[in-house]
Ligand binder design. Structure first.
Ligand code: UDP
Ligand code: MN
Length: 428
């Protein structure tokens, strides 16, 4: 989640009530001059609409035209909306014209720049996949004890950096305890990483590993849309596989997940929500709950978001999501959660609070310190079988953690009996 004052805030959103009034405007304008009952919207019209005029033959002739104008106007408005709503349903994922439909979905929300939103038509490449669950026991029960549970599709965007393999290893060790899960690991990389294939295979958790690089035009942007291409690729994969059963959860590679989270999100009917710890200035972000219902949100960065929640703070039922063919996550840093939840037409009264009415933290927005992979000067001639160091550094290089060089970086020091020595003295 961004904690970023440098993000440009959107205009504050209209509330549900405001929106109802907005939606009423067209019928009110049409019906009032035609003699319909004055609606609240009509009563707030500018004075020139209601200014009394002298009664004359000219004005009474005008009055005769009024019904005709009203009828024609009504049909024009009717056809406009009919055509628009048809567009919504014919433009789906991967359609080159989706920008139009995004306007249809997001158009009501001020300040959204439709040039920032794109069709979900990602370059998506499946690297490897396993549908087999090789785990025998999970949380003191055999695998088949969980056979009736809905599957949790756990979506992990990840990207190459020296912390990537440790993050995925740690996360795998959490997911190993979670029954009936399919792990979608979407790597922000041009090519398939064989090391990740081997790593994921070892755990025995059903998984799909895909290469889903961020489009190059966003790479240099600040802030960059982190993990968005990956999540969009997964949304496309779900669509392509026609998945309408199970629970979708976006779980970044660096967060910390309490095992109780998975029990909480599995019965999600539409969208469930819960607080996320360690978010931004309040060290927490999540729903405000009164009498068992979500009524508002607590977050230190609202910025006009209707749904100011973290990516890890909600889960979605795929059956519910499948009713919204324009599901999307535009490349709008800071607004990914908000726009995604808007695209599935979420209503506040539908949200299912979890974690004992949002009083518990079941997921933490932990962040790992990011450092550049170092180059260590360790001559190639010493990278042979006379010690472990050759194999060790080759492994570190494959994992993107560190590399050895003949002439770059600090010399690899080795010590013996507390005395530092150059590696050449020990290895030669
Ligand atoms: N990520 C990515 N590409 C990037 C940067 C991040 O795929 O260029 C992934 C990252 O592995 C993580 C998610 O996107 O799963 C969110 O990124 P990060 O944790 O760095 O962001 P923050 O937690 O600070 O919002
Ligand atoms: Mn993170």
């Amino acid at each position: 989640m961004p904690s970023a004052p440098h993000y440009q805030a959107l205009e504050p959103q209209t509330s549900d009530d405001d929106e109802d009034i907005e939606n009423c405007k067209v019928p009110a304008l049409v019906s009032t001059p035609c003699g319909g009952a004055a609606t609240p919207a009509a009563m707030t019209m500018p004075p020139r609409w209601s200014r009394p005029r002298p009664v004359s033959s000219v004005s009474s002739r005008r009055r005769c035209w009024l019904p005709v104008i009203c009828v024609v106007g009504f049909f024009l408005v009717f056809f406009y909306f009919t055509l628009n709503s048809e567009n919504r349903f014919t433009l789906g994922l991967g359609n080159a014209n989706l920008d139009d439909s995004e306007d249809a979905v997001y158009g009501a929300h001020n300040g959204l720049d439709s040039t920032n939103s794109h069709a979900i038509n990602e370059s998506l490449h499946i690297c490897s996949e396993s549908h087999e669950d090789r785990r025998v026991y999970m949380q003191d029960k055999p695998r088949n004890a969980y056979a009736q549970l809905p599957v949790i599709y756990f979506v992990t965007p990840t990207y190459p950096r020296r912390e990537q393999i440790p993050e995925l290893t740690r996360l795998a060790h959490t997911l190993l305890h979670v029954p009936h899960i399919h792990w979608l690991v979407a790597n922000d990389h041009e090519r398939c990483d064989t090391f990740i294939d081997i790593l994921l295979n070892r755990f025995g958790i059903p998984f799909t590993h895909m290469a889903s690089p961020m489009p190059s035009k966003f790479r240099g942007s600040k802030p960059a849309p982190r993990g968005v291409a990956n999540r969009r690729a997964v949304l496309q994969w779900i669509r392509q596989n026609n998945l309408t059963n199970g629970i979708l959860y976006f779980g970044d590679d660096d967060n910390t997940y309490d095992l109780r989270l998975f029990d909480e999100i599995r019965p999600t009917q539409r969208v469930s929500m819960f607080p996320v710890g360690l978010i931004a200035d309040y060290a927490v972000s999540g729903p405000v709950v009164r009498q068992g219902k979500v009524v508002a949100f607590l977050d230190s960065w609202i910025a006009g978001r209707r749904w100011p929640v973290d990516m890890a703070g909600f889960a979605v039922n795929l059956n519910y999501m499948s009713q919204y063919p324009n599901v999307n996550m535009p490349y709008k840093p800071g607004y990914e959660e908000d726009l995604f939840l808007r695209s599935i037409n979420l209503h506040i009264d539908q949200i299912e609070p979890r974690g004992n009415n949002c009083t518990e933290i079941l997921v933490w927005h932990t962040q790992t310190k990011n450092k550049k992979a170092p180059v260590v000067r360790l001559e190639a001639k010493y990278m042979d079988g006379r010690s472990n160091l050759g194999a060790l550094f080759r492994a570190l290089k494959v994992m993107g953690v560190a590399s050895a060089s003949d002439n770059e970086g600090p010399i690899a020091l080795i010590s013996k009996n507390g005395k530092e020595k150059s590696h050449s003295l020990i290895l030669s």
